[in-house]
Design a protein around this ligand. Sequence first.
Ligand code: ATP
Ligand code: MG
Length: 757
Amino acid sequence: MDYLAGLNPSQRGAVEQIKGPVMIVAGAGSGKTRVITYRVAHLIRQGVDPFNILVLTFTNKAAKEMRERIMKVVGQEAKNIWMGTFHSVFARILRVEAELIGYPKNFTIYDTDDSKSLLRAIIKEMNLDDKLYNVNHVYGRISSAKNNLISPQEYNKNEAIMAEDIANGRGQIGQLYMTYAQRCYRAGAMDFDDLLFKTNVLLNKHPDVLHKYQHQFKYLMVDEYQDTNFSQYLIVKRLAAVSENICVVGDDAQSIYAFRGANIQNILNFQKDYPDVKVFKLEQNYRSTKMIVNAANSVIEKNKNQLEKNVFSDNEEGEKIKVARAFSDNEEGKIVAEAIAQEKSLKGLQYKDFAILYRTNAQSRAMEEALRKIGIPYKLYGGTSFYQRKEIKDLIAYFRLTFNPNDEEALKRVINYPRRGIGDTTIEKIMVTADQRQFRLWDVVVNAQMFLDGRSATAVGNFGLMIQSFQALAKTGSAFDVAMHIAQHCGILKDLYEDKSVEGLSRYENIQELLNGIKEFSEREDIAEKGLDIFMQDIALLTNDDNDKDPNADTVSLMTIHSSKGLEYPVVFIVGLEENLFPSQLALNSRSELEEERRLFYVAVTRAEKKLHLSYATSRYRWGTLNNCEPSRFLDELDPSCLALDFQPRSPMTSMDGGFQGERMAWKQKDQDTFTKPKPKVMKTTSILPKAHVPTEGFSPSDTTGLQVGMEVEHERFGFGKVVNLEGNKQDIKATIFFKELGQKQLLLKFAKLRIV
Ligand code: ATP
Ligand code: MG
C-alpha cells in the first residue's frame, strides 16, 4: 500500500520535499503535524538513518504519539529517531557534554519550585522587600532574559533593561540574577531555561561539538514553530546551518506563548534566514465541521496582526454551536456534566470523546465536582502533577542528592526531613559557612565535625554518611533496588507509615506508586539506559500533561486551553466565557495582549471535531468571594449564524445586531440593581479533594498468599476491583487490578492494603 496515500497533494508535496528549507504555515487542523509524521516515515523509507533525524515537538506526549505512528510504517527503526521537546532533547545532549561547560554529567534539573525557593532565599539574604521583589516577577524577568540569551553580566550592563527595572523600583534584579546563576552553578544545577541557554553556550563555545551535531542531525523538523522563543530559534538555526534540511510547521494564529518569550517573528524571519525556502500552504481543515471552522474564522479575523490564510472544511455542515448561560460556576458545571451524559447516550459516544477546556486551572474545581456528582469519570491534565506532590518531591530529593550531592535545593529540602535533630540554626550555620568560605553546602556537611559543634555535628555528619552509603549502592544497583533502598533507609516510608490520617495513607500510596513506576521503568525493553539517574531526568522534564499512565482509559479530559494545543476531541466544551476571565483581566491593557487571548480562543474552538459547546456563568467565586460576571466579548465576535442559544435572553435584546450585547445590557441593569443591596459575601466551603473511598470494614495488611487472578478484592482507597494479572517473585509480586471506579492499576502487593472479598 502507498504509505503516502493519506495525504492531499499539498501535504504530499511538503512530505516529498526532503532537501532544503521548508516552511508550512497553515491553519488549525490542516494536517501540519500529520505532515511531519509522514515526512519522517518517508525519510526513513528513503534510506535516511533515523539517528540522523531530529524532530522537536511541543510536548513529550506529542512525540510519543508521533513515534508510535511512524513505527507502524517503518517498524522498530522508529525508536532511533531523536524526537522530543526542546528541553528533553537538549537535556539529553547536555548529559553528554555538560563537563565541557563546567557542569557535572549528573547535573540536577531544577524545577520551577526549586528555582523559586532559591530565589526566595536570595531575596531574603539581600534584605529586599519580598512584595516588591515578588518571586514570580523576578523569576519571569530572569526567565525571559535567558530565553533571549542575555547572561547575568549582559543583563547588568544593558542600560535599557536596568533602566526598566529601576523605573519599577526593582533595580536589584540584575544582582539577583547574578547570584541566582552562581548558586545554580555551585549546585551543579540547571533550571528549565538553562537547558536551552546552556545548549546555546555549548554550541557557541565549542565549534567541534557544534560540528558533531550538525553532522548528526542531517534532517530537522519543528512542530508548533510559532511558539519557539529566541533561544530555541537559535539552536535550530545553528544545528541546521550545514545541511539546511530544515522543515518547520506552525500557525501564527495559534501563537499563545508570547508571555513565555515565544516569538512569532521566527515564522516571519524564516524566509529571511533561508531565502530559497519552499513554502507550502495547507488550507483544508480535516478536523472540524464547517460550522466550527466558520466560527473559528469569524473570531480570528478580528485580529489585526496575522498572516493571510484561507481555512475551509469539506466535512459535514455540523450542528450549531451551543451557548449556555448559568447563574453560577457550580451550575455551569452541572450543565456541562449533564450535557455530557446526555450526548454520550444519545450519540453512542465514549467519555474520552469529550474535553472541557478552561482559561485557568482554578476553574476545574466546579467542573470536577459536577462530574463526580453524576459519576462521570474524568482525567485532569495540568494542575498539580503527581511528581509535584510533596512526598514524591521529598523522596526524589534523596535520589537527587545521591547522584549530585551538590544539589543545594534537594539538600535543604531533606536535611531535616524526616526530623533528625538538625534545626534551622544549624542549617543557617551550614549555609553561612559555605558562603564565607566559598564551599558547597555538601562540603560543609561531610566535614561537619570541623564546622559544627556537638550534637548537631553528629546529626549532620550522620546525614552525610547516609547519603554516601546511597551513593555507593547507586554505583551498582538497579534503579528499582536503589530507589527502594533509599525509600526504606532515609526514613520517609516509616514517617508516612506512622501517619494514620487519610492524607498520610494517600502519601504512603503515592510513594508506592512512584516505586511501581521505577520498577516498570527498570523493566522497559525499549530503552538502553535504565539507571535511576535517567529516570529522574525523564521525570524532571515531564510536563503535567505527560503523566498519562493509561491513555486509553475512557475518561473525559479536563485541561487549560494552553495544554490543549495540537489535540482534538469530537465534543469540546469551552467554559467560563466571561469578561475578565477569558479574555483575562491581565490582558486588557494592550491590543497585543488582547490579540493573544483571541488566538487562545481560536485554539480552543479549533480543538472540536464535531460539536462545540460554549458557556458562561453570571456569577462566579473568585478568591473566595462571589463576583458578578459579564459574558465574554468573544461571544459577540462569533458569527451569530453559527450559534444556538440555549436560553432565553433575560430581557429583550437592546442592540440591533442581537448577540450578547443585549445580554450584556441586561446584565448591566442587573448589576446596578445589585449594587443597591449589599452583595452577599459567601466564602468557599467545598473541598477540592476527591472523595476518598470509604471502606465498609477494617483492613488488615494484605494477605497475598491466597490471591489469584480473577479474584475480587477491595482496596482501602481504590474500592472494589478484580485481579487481572499477577507477576514477579515472592518479594515483589505486582498485581494488576481493574478497579471499578478507577480502571486498571498496578500495585506492589507488599505495600497494597487489599482485602479479598
Ligand atoms: P493544529 O494546528 O491543531 O496543530 P494540525 O495542522 O497539526 O492542527 P493535524 O493534527 O495534523 O493538524 O490534523 C488534524 C486532523 O486531520 C487529524 O485528525 C489528522 O489525522 C486529519 N488529517 C489531516 N490531513 C488529512 C488527510 N489528508 N486526510 C485525512 N485526514 C487528515
Ligand atoms: Mg499540530
